[in-house]
Design a protein around this ligand. Structure first.
Ligand SMILES: *Cc1c(COP(=O)(O)O)cnc(C)c1O
Length: 408
């Protein structure tokens, strides 16, 4: 037997079934026209933002990293909740514009921005987080051609990274950002060339649950930003402090102690170094904002036994939920939070392997998990599917096609 991950709070049971936004899993599947289906919960998105706002000082703004979940309805909803958006492609820019998001609230990071992407961003008035001297030079040329001062920030490759077990120094060589010691010279150059100076972006890592590591990283980010701002010699209009707050996916994971992180941040913000006194501060978060708000629903299409092991075979799989299969950046496969949605309050009584419909042994949704007895037609729920699910999975693999997505 292998445990499954912790089911996020806020999900209901109606008539024995998992319910989201007051509707049962079956009703949601009927409404969407079938399985597989991602359901995103407005109530969860709202609750998470409220919790975050209550914990962190009001001076610190919140950006949504669109790559976590680019579903248009989710982006539009986040537009009403967050202060800014972080994008990483012209595709995400178009998505934000279509959702009616003011380009002045958008910043664009990511290595390998093409000239056409720089041009679209500059024309729209989006801030570019420059990843290199070469990219900044191209942005200046394009700005001059358009007759528009590009809004430029610099993404810093810091000498430290955030890990679950405290700070590791020596971030080392990376394709992201500019090595910290070269930042002041580039910043002075772009300012001298007439760019609108937008400040610094320091992203240090992802999926951290340890409050201590987050607190230490934020202190290091503020220290480094102050040093750089001083060396640049111009006021720092904005500091994107990165994010990195994680969510519990696996057995034994516990949520970030948000109150602790917020209190430590409030202390730092109250005693900001003078070089950052006028800076707008923001955190950029993806999965923390949306991850627990999503549930992936797939239907059991076959139930079979092989060498004494029971398999529940679903119409979903890794082509929609690559991360739950253990093939998206994990070393050891562990079970995501998974349940039988149509028997949500029934006692677990049998050990099963829940798999997808792809013809590959990689396509596993839960291994050796204790579940209520499920039959063909039952629905399986994979939780924590609100981030890096539909858009981070190989939907074209094996030709089953994409999953439906709804926001309720
Ligand atoms: C991916 C990414 C994020 C979002 O990471 P999460 O773990 O989803 O919070 C934020 N900023 C940058 C620069 C990223 O590349």
């Amino acid at each position: 037997m292998k445990p499954v991950g912790p089911i996020p709070s806020g999900y209901e049971v109606i008539e024995g079934e998992l319910a989201i936004g007051g509707r049962t899993a079956r009703a949601l599947v009927d409404e969407a026209g079938g399985t597989p289906l991602f359901v995103y919960s407005r109530a969860h998105l709202d609750a998470r933002m409220a919790e975050l706002r209550a914990a962190i000082p009001p001076r610190v703004r919140i950006n949504y990293a669109v790559k976590a979940n680019p579903h248009p309805a989710v982006v539009a909803h986040m537009g009403r909740l967050v202060d800014g958006f972080d994008i990483a492609s012209a595709g995400e820019l178009a998505l934000c514009m279509a959702a009616g998001i003011d380009p002045a609230r958008i910043s664009f990071a990511g290595p390998g921005k093409r000239d056409s992407e720089l041009e679209a961003a500059i024309a729209a008035g989006v801030t570019l987080n420059c990843e290199s001297e070469g990219e900044a030079a191209r942005a200046l040329v394009i700005g001059a051609r358009l007759g528009k001062a590009p809004r430029l920030a610099i993404r810093v490759n810091p000498s430290f990274v955030m890990t679950g077990s405290g700070m590791k120094m020596g971030g080392g060589a990376k394709p992201f950002g500019l090595d910290a010691e070269r930042v002041p010279a580039l910043a002075r150059h772009v300012i001298a060339q007439g760019a609108e100076w937008r400040g610094l972006h320091i992203f240090t890592g992802s999926q951290t649950l340890a409050a201590e590591a987050i607190i230490e990283t934020q202190a290091n980010v503020l220290r480094l930003a102050a040093e750089l701002a001083e060396a640049i010699g111009a006021p720092c209009p904005k500091l994107n402090m990165g994010g990195g707050l994680g969510i519990p996916y696996f057995p034994g994971d516990t949520p970030v102690d948000l109150a602790r992180v917020g209190a430590a941040l409030a202390e730092r913000v109250a005693a900001l170094p003078s070089a950052l006194a006028g800076a707008e501060l923001c955190l950029e978060l993806g999965r923390f904002l949306v991850g627990e708000a999503g549930v992936y629903l797939a239907r059991v299409v076959d139930r079979k036994v092989s060498h004494g092991v029971t398999f529940l075979i679903t119409d979903g799989g890794l082509h929609h939920q690559l991360a739950a299969s253990g093939n998206f950046g994990t070393v050891v496969r562990r079970n995501y939070p998974v349940a039988i949605a149509t028997r949500f309050d029934a006692p677990a009584e049998e050990e099963v392997n829940i798999v997808g419909c792809l013809c590959t042994p990689l396509d596993r949704l839960a291994d050796n998990a204790m579940m209520p007895r499920a039959e063909v037609g039952d629905l399986v729920a994979v939780f924590c599917a609100g981030a890096y699910g539909a858009s981070a999975s190989p939907a074209a693999f094996l030709g089953h096609g994409p999953a439906a997505e709804i926001l309720v």
